[in-house]
Design a protein around this ligand. Structure first.
Ligand code: B12
Ligand code: SF4
Length: 421
């Protein structure tokens, strides 16, 4: 089995558990290119390190690919930092003599830091269905691959339809509150200063390929899906085209999506409803609507809420407030706006996760006047989470206590797709 490639999912967070879609795509692309692939899913494993070491001893892989989806849970209250557990898995694999390559959203956000922290050998940033095949060819031929490979540059095959399920036990995820994901695109051209996805290249898949993938899953009896694009409506033409083709396919599915306030259209919402969308999570921050160069205004958010209501689609707002330098009046104004316009639920956070590489991080580093609002000094050489906060959670609780529509994030371990059921 010398040429088997081992792919490992070290994500043991189960609230809810998430099917490792990225790993399935990478594995499916490798098999399509003629490699033999084995997946080790550690999600429900009680001894992740032991299972990883034992599997490497048995398989003796050409290399082990490890997906890093989450660095931490990204929410301040009850934050979970996943890197120590993931590092132990990487080290267990390396101790058995296998070369390691990382990938995934968490890795791609801070590749140098994650390689340093875990001690892994290589990593692929961004989409990897093409880059991983080149990497495997290099490893097989004995050529030395780059330490960090740019998957955005390698790109994707827009017509590629990954095999799904790809060696993952979906029933176990579904039985434990999980849901099956699918994606139509990669990247986000948005400019939200705190977000690790801001300014990444947008690459669309062909709608027909995505629909073939969903059709295959539907034929196996799966009906409920979660969109795995960071925001569905990055480009209105593409979103309408996808929703139109999905509607025409008449798959009788239901799905939930992440969206941003603009661009939208009545046609898009009508198609979303017809294609089976039952709920949307809308990302909003309380500074953007009043900023002159922002991508959206309060009117855009109000229209979005109205369109959801008219098309009978449930709406959860993820609200980030208390951004650096934001006055309390801005938070109060935003909360009053939602009190008036009434989406189904508003999950509010007043702690800003400060990621190295973002504009927020660059703006806070070495600002002594901000030190009191940071959980530790921001530092380009540390991966453990740092949060900015000037609005105490207790104060946010007080000013939202009058209205059960508001929830303060971090105290309930459930996702919006579960809350809106
Ligand atoms: C959809 C989504 C969800 C859905 C998932 C639904 C589902 N069943 O799939 C839900 C709502 C459940 C969810 C929950 C959470 N999420 Co979420 N989620 C996403 C989102 C938008 C898409 C993830 C996805 O599947 N993408 C599509 C796949 C195809 O892309 P991919 O995984 O990146 O894989 C590609 C590459 O990365 C690469 N790759 C992946 N693995 C590997 C491995 C190797 C070896 C290689 C070489 C390459 C490679 O190749 C793949 C194919 O091209 C991402 C943001 C994003 N755009 O990625 C956030 C994101 C991953 N989530 C995030 C977070 C924080 C969470 C939660 C922790 C939130 C919380 N506090 O509960 C939980 C964690 C749940 C868990 N058990 O892990 C953060 C992680 C940030 C961080 N701090 O690390 C992200 C990045 C959002 C953000 N911008 O902050 N999430
Ligand atoms: S918050 Fe949403 S819209 Fe803004 S950059 Fe991130 S993914 Fe894009």
């Amino acid at each position: 089995m010398a040429d088997t490639i081992l792919l490992i999912n070290p994500n043991t967070r189960r609230e809810p558990p998430v099917i490792p879609l990225g790993l399935e795509i990478v594995g499916s692309a490798l098999e399509r290119a003629g490699h033999v692939v084995e997946i080790l899913d550690l999600c429900f494993e009680s001894d992740p390190m032991g299972a990883a070491a034992e599997t490497v001893r048995r398989v003796r892989p050409l290399f082990a690919g490890i997906t890093i989806r989450n660095v931490d849970s990204a929410i301040f209250d009850n934050n979970e930092y996943f890197m120590p557990g993931i590092t132990k898995v990487v080290q267990a694999v390396k101790n058995e003599g296998a070369a390691t390559v990382l990938g995934g959203a968490g890795f791609s956000a801070m590749p140098e830091l994650v390689l340093k922290e875990t001690g892994a050998d290589y990593g692929v940033c961004g989409p990897a269905e093409k880059a991983i095949v080149d990497f495997a060819d290099d490893m097989k031929s004995g050529a030395a691959p780059d330490r960090i490979i740019d998957g955005w540059r390698a790109g994707i095959d827009p017509s590629f339809v990954p095999e799904r399920p790809f060696k993952i036990d979906y029933q176990r995820y579904i039985a434990n509150r999980g849901i099956i994901g699918f994606n139509t695109q990669y990247g986000c051209a948005g400019r939200c200063e705190y977000c690790i996805e801001a300014g990444t290249k947008v690459i669309h898949r062909e709608p027909a390929a995505v629909i073939r993938e969903i059709t295959g899953l539907r034929e196996l009896g799966f009906r409920d899906f979660h969109l795995c694009d960071c925001e569905f409506n990055l480009n209105l033409d593409f979103s309408e085209r996808f929703a139109d083709e999905l509607t025409a396919a008449e798959l009788d599915i239901s799905w939930v999506a992440y969206m941003k306030p603009a661009p939208v259209s009545d046609r898009l919402f009508s198609l979303l409803k017809k294609s089976g969308v039952i709920a949307i999570t809308l990302s909003v921050d309380s500074v953007a609507p009043d900023s002159p160069d922002s991508a959206y205004s309060f009117d855009d958010v109000a229209s979005f809420i109205r369109l959801c209501r008219e098309h009978e689609i449930k709406l959860a707002v993820d609200l980030l407030t208390g951004l650096p330098g934001e006055p309390l009046e801005s938070t109060v104004k935003t909360l009053d706006f939602f009190r008036k316009h009434r989406p189904d639920t508003v999950g509010a956070s007043c702690h800003v996760r400060v990621y190295p590489g973002t504009k927020t991080h660059a703006g806070l580093i070495r600002r002594e006047d901000m030190a009191a609002f940071l959980t530790r000094p921001p530092d380009d050489s540390r991966l453990d989470p740092v949060f900015y906060n000037h609005l105490p959670t207790e104060r946010l609780k007080e000013i939202t206590a009058d209205d059960p529509m508001f929830k303060i994030e971090g105290f309930e371990n459930s996702s919006n797709y579960e809350r809106l059921k």
